[in-house]
Write a protein that binds this ligand. Structure first.
Ligand code: ZN
Length: 170
């Protein structure tokens, strides 16, 4: 396994719609393993392939819950969202140092393929539901602060300019 470089805000890959995965094979499983390693090294709870520069529809999640083991999803799609919403603080490994309250549907149903190529359907709410939505957004080039008010986004980006790691400008 290898730790991969997390791409930061400003990298165009984060704003690109990722390509569907065509075949679940050893190469994809290796990428997922590397993404898990990277996520743990960065102390994140989720990571999407575009965040490591790979424009493919693959996410890994560890919601740090006793009930749900860490998992990877291939070509995940949110097929149902509740009308009830919930606000919770989010951050992102690609935008380190800034956090914001984001309002999202409380519950979602996601359909995907697992790393063995089997179809999976998952209902999630609370933190897990939030992480799932955040990571699936990455596959569409959407970042968490796109979902807050323009004023809050402006303040967040101002803060990011101050705290952004130097390599982000390169
Ligand atoms: Zn993120």
């Amino acid at each position: 396994m290898a730790r991969l470089e997390v791409r930061l805000l400003g990298d165009p890959v984060l704003r690109t719609e990722a390509e569907p995965v065509e075949s679940v094979d050893a190469e994809l499983r290796r990428l997922a393993a590397d993404m898990f390693e990277t996520m743990y090294a960065e102390e994140g709870v989720g990571l999407a392939a575009p965040q490591v520069g790979i424009s493919k529809r693959l996410i890994v999640i560890d919601a740090q819950s006793e009930d749900v083991k860490p998992f990877a999803l291939v070509n995940p799609e949110v097929v149902e969202s509740s009308e009830d919403t919930d606000r919770g603080e989010e951050g992102c490994l690609s935008v380190p140092g800034v956090k914001e309250l984001v309002e999202r549907p409380l519950r979602v149903t996601v359909e995907a393929t697992d790393l063995e190529g089997r179809s999976v359907r998952m209902e999630a709410e609370g933190l897990l539901g939030r992480i799932l939505q955040h990571e699936v957004d990455h596959l569409d080039g959407i970042l968490f602060f796109d979902r807050v008010s323009p004023l809050k986004r402006k303040m967040l980006l101002k803060k990011w300019e101050k705290v952004r790691p130097a390599r982000a400008g390169s």
